[in-house]
Design a protein around this ligand. Structure first.
Ligand SMILES: Cc1ncc(COP(=O)(O)O)c(C=O)c1O
Length: 359
C-alpha cells in the first residue's frame, strides 16, 4: 500500500506531477529544452519575488551547499548552527578549508538578529550561512530581520540561505530581503521527486564568485552563466524533473502564492494545536516552523511502532533527527498536503495511541 508521506522530505507527490515526468525526452541542446527552461525560470522568479538569476542544478541541496560556500568568501565566513542540517553546512565549510567561525545555539533555539549582530561585530567576515528552516528541530529562523540588520551594519557580508525545507512553503522575498544565495531541493515544499535544486543568486554574489580563485566547477555561477542566457545548463540537466517542475509551478501560481503560504500556516497551526494538546512542541515555539512540527515525545511512545501502525493505514511520519531520535517525532505539513490530510493523520494517531478527546 502507498504510504502518504508526512515526513519532511521527500514529500507526497501528486499523480499529475509524477506523470509530468513521463513526458517524451528532449535533447538538452535542442530548442525544446531551451523553451522549457525559458518557461520555468520566470515562474521560479515569481515564487521567490526576484529579478535575479535562478539556476537549476541536477543535484540534491548538499551539492549546492558546497558550491555556494566555495564562491562566497575571500576573508572569513560566519556559519550559523542551530541543528543537524546547519551543522552539516559548517562541516562542508571546514572540509573545503574555508576560514570560518561558528555561531551555534542550543538545539530548539533560533538564530536571532542580536546573536548574529554580536558575532559579526567580532570578526572580519564577508559571508554568512543561515538555515531558514532547520528541519531537524522544526525551527524557522528570522531571515528577513537578520538580513535587514546585515544590510544596515555589515554591507559586505554575503547572505547565503539554505531554504531547503521551506522554499515554496513559506514566503521568501529574495530581492526585498536582499538575499544573495537561496536554494532548495525539489523534494520538500515543491512536492516533486528529489534530484533537482533551485538556487537564486544575486548579481553581487555572482561577482564575488568570479573573484574567488578555485571556486569549483559544477556549481560555479560563472560556468552556469555561459549558458544561462541561452536557457541551458553547462552539464546535462534533470530534464524529467524540470518538466514536472514546470507543471507544478503552473499549478502553484494558478492557486495563488498567498494561498500557498496561508495553507502552510493553517496546516502548521492545526498540527501545533494537536501537539500542544497531546504532547509538547519542541524548542522555542515563537519560531515554530510552518512546514514541519517537531513534537516532543512527552508520552514516551515508541515512534517506530506508531509508524508501523500508521503504515498499515497508509501514512508515514518521521522520527526525531539524530540526537532527537525517539525523543521527538516530526510531522511535515508541506508541499501539496492539505488541512484535511493533517486532520486525517492526527485522527489516525489518536486512534492508534488511544488518545481521547480530553488527551
Ligand atoms: C535544511 C536542510 N538543508 C539541507 C538538506 C540536505 O538536502 P539533501 O539531502 O537533499 O542534499 C536538508 C535535507 O533534509 C535539509 O532539511
Amino acid at each position: 500500500m502507498y504510504k502518504k508521506l508526512f515526513i519532511p522530505g521527500p514529500s507526497h507527490v501528486r499523480d499529475e506531477i509524477l506523470l509530468a515526468q513521463a513526458a517524451p525526452m528532449i535533447g538538452h541542446r535542442a530548442k525544446e529544452y531551451s523553451d522549457l527552461q525559458a518557461e520555468v525560470t520566470p515562474k521560479l522568479q515569481k515564487l521567490l519575488y526576484t529579478n535575479q538569476r535562478v539556476y537549476l542544478f541536477a543535484s540534491s541541496s548538499t551539492g549546492v551547499m558546497e558550491g555556494s560556500i566555495r564562491q562566497a568568501s575571500l576573508k572569513k565566513m560566519l556559519v550559523t548552527v542551530c541543528g543537524a542540517f546547519s551543522k552539516r553546512w559548517h562541516e562542508i565549510v571546514v572540509d573545503n578549508g574555508i576560514a570560518c567561525d561558528k555561531l551555534e545555539v542550543t538545539s530548539g533555539q533560533a538564530i536571532t538578529v542580536e546573536l548574529v549582530d554580536q558575532a559579526l561585530s567580532l570578526g572580519d567576515y564577508d559571508a554568512i550561512t543561515l538555515t531558514m528552516n532547520e528541519t531537524a528541530t522544526g525551527i524557522t529562523n528570522p531571515i528577513q530581520e537578520i538580513a535587514a540588520m546585515i544590510h544596515a551594519r555589515y554591507p559586505d557580508v554575503l547572505i547565503l540561505v539554505d531554504a531547503v525545507s521551506c522554499m515554496a512553503g513559506i514566503k521568501i522575498e529574495f530581492d526585498a530581503w536582499g538575499l544573495d544565495v537561496c536554494f532548495a531541493g525539489t523534494q520538500k515544499c515543491f512536492a516533486l521527486p528529489p534530484g533537482l535544486t533551485v538556487c537564486a543568486v544575486s548579481e553581487r554574489a555572482r561577482q564575488r564568485g568570479k573573484a574567488i580563485p578555485h571556486h569549483g566547477h559544477y556549481f560555479a555561477y560563472d560556468i552556469m552563466d555561459k549558458h544561462y542566457e541561452k536557457f541551458q545548463t553547462p552539464a546535462t540537466p534533470a530534464i524529467s524533473l524540470i518538466q514536472a517542475l514546470n507543471k507544478q509551478m503552473d499549478d502553484i501560481l494558478a492557486s495563488g502564492l498567498e494561498n500557498r503560504w496561508a495553507r502552510h500556516a493553517e496546516m502548521a497551526e492545526y498540527v501545533r494545536g494537536w501537539a500542544r494538546k497531546y504532547f509538547k512542541i519542541y524548542g522555542d515555539e515563537r519560531f515554530a516552523s510552518n512546514t514541519v512540527t517537531n513534537v516532543e515525545n512527552t508520552r514516551g511512545i515508541s515512534v517506530s511502532d506508531l509508524n508501523k501502525e500508521l503504515g498499515k493505514r497508509g501514512a508515514m511520519i518521521s522520527n526525531g533527527y539524530g540526537d532527537l531520535k525517539d525523543k521527538c517525532f516530526r510531522i511535515a505539513h508541506m508541499g501539496d498536503l492539505t488541512l484535511g490530510d493533517l486532520q486525517w493523520l492526527t485522527a489516525q494517531i489518536n486512534d492508534i495511541l488511544g488518545l481521547n478527546e480530553q488527551g
